[in-house]
Design a binder for this molecule. Structure first.
Ligand code: AMP
Length: 374
């Protein structure tokens, strides 16, 4: 079974590291001069060249049986070309729906999944409408650019709105998509994510919901199962994600990020791929999200998503590899082989314990060791 992955970052790396022991082989398609260091040594790397015909691209990638992606912010052109020759999972239409924040919200409406309220913004008048409907503070997000909190603006008053309008680019995006969505600033109690996997035969499984803490829009740490998440909200989240997976006829892993207020779940974002908040699955005696994604897209049976006890994950953001502090007896390290830059996701640590509280209690000193006191 030969798999081609669009993208050469850490998610491509971890998918390959999960697939190689099952006898899969890999090749990688790089775009826009991206850093390919994370997948070095795991299979041949082909640079995207729009002039290649669909057969040339298929052959350059070693005639894959299946093509998958490590990110939704990608060109659909090579995926559609490759779909003429082999399976592409998730399917390009699913990626299309999720790679634009406004289309993603329309998908949530179609599937009747509770989501953060929003107003589509293609003009100054739309932004004024958003202020009157949603109030301040307002969070404005570009529909097609940015991840990890980038290409987002917080507007606190009329002055902020006028400044934004002066700088905004209200040109329509791909397929006449609007450039921005505006949301209210959500006064959430916590953030959680649901990770589900759908097999080729339609079977859907979920990992335990995970609670996530972000710093400046970037995931810092996760704990699973999410403490204090009621069984009603877990059921709501899983039903919503299942509806989306079925609506899209999706095969593979999808993550759904949510805000939680006292009695409600609000979906913030979908990720049509394996997800950072599921990295703990690699070291917890379950079949990891990476392995299950590979099993799903290959048409193979899924593996267990049941976690015994609890797990915590700490992202290594902009810190040097330091075996002395990071390789502890009861902590697993994954390092992505990227060069160190401030804030960059370079690796992560995972620990397991008998309860989320116990895992969190051990995460705190680990965090201090890695980042120093707050
Ligand atoms: P996103 O790029 O939409 O995943 O946003 C990154 C992070 O910014 C989220 O995980 C939240 O911590 C924060 N955030 C995004 N949208 C909102 C919002 N409407 N209200 C409050 N915080 C938000």
């Amino acid at each position: 079974m030969h798999i081609a992955v669009l993208g050469c970052g850490q998610l491509a790396r971890m998918m390959a590291l999960a697939g190689l022991p099952m006898g899969m082989t890999f090749s990688f398609l790089s775009e826009n001069n991206e850093d390919t260091a994370p997948v070095a040594g795991l299979g041949p790397i082909t640079a995207m060249d729009e002039s290649l015909t669909s057969s040339e691209l298929y052959e350059a990638l070693g005639k894959p049986d299946v093509v998958t992606v490590e990110r939704e912010q990608c060109s659909l052109v090579p995926l559609k070309r490759l779909a003429e020759h082999c399976a592409v999972h998730p399917n390009p239409q699913a990626i299309y729906q999720c790679q634009n924040r406004e289309r993603e919200k329309q998908l949530l409406i179609t599937c009747q999944v509770p989501h953060t309220p929003f107003v589509s913004v293609a003009s100054a008048a739309d932004l004024h409408k958003a202020v009157s409907e949603l109030g301040y503070p307002l969070v404005v997000k570009h529909t097609e650019q940015g991840y990890d909190g980038k290409a987002q603006w917080r507007l606190y008053d009329d002055k902020g709105v006028e400044n934004f309008i002066a700088d905004a680019h209200f040109e329509l995006q791909s397929d006449q998509a609007v450039p921005y969505v505006a949301e209210p600033f959500m006064d959430f109690e916590r953030e959680v994510s649901f990770i589900g996997v759908r097999a080729a035969n339609g079977e859907v499984r979920f990992y335990p919901a995970t609670e996530n803490v972000h710093k400046s829009g970037v995931l810092l740490h996760s704990v699973a199962p999410a403490p204090q998440l009621s069984s009603e909200l877990i059921a709501t989240g899983q039903a919503g994600l299942k509806a989306i997976l079925e609506h899209l006829d999706y095969v593979g892993v999808m993550a759904m990020e949510c805000f939680v207020t006292s009695d409600q779940l609000w979906v913030n974002e979908l990720a049509p791929r394996v997800h950072n908040s599921g990295h703990w699955t690699m070291h917890c005696g379950v079949v990891s999200q990476f392995e299950n994604h590979m099993r799903a897209i290959a048409g193979w049976p899924l593996g267990s998503t049941n976690l015994q006890g609890a797990a915590a994950m700490l992202n290594l953001l902009g810190v040097e590899l330091n075996q002395a502090s990071q390789l502890q007896d009861d902590v697993a390290l994954d390092w992505y082989n990227k060069s160190v830059r401030p804030g960059r996701k370079l690796g992560h640590l995972v620990l397991t314990d008998e309860s989320p509280a116990a895992a969190l209690a051990r995460l705190q000193p680990l965090k201090q060791k890695v980042y120093g006191a707050d």
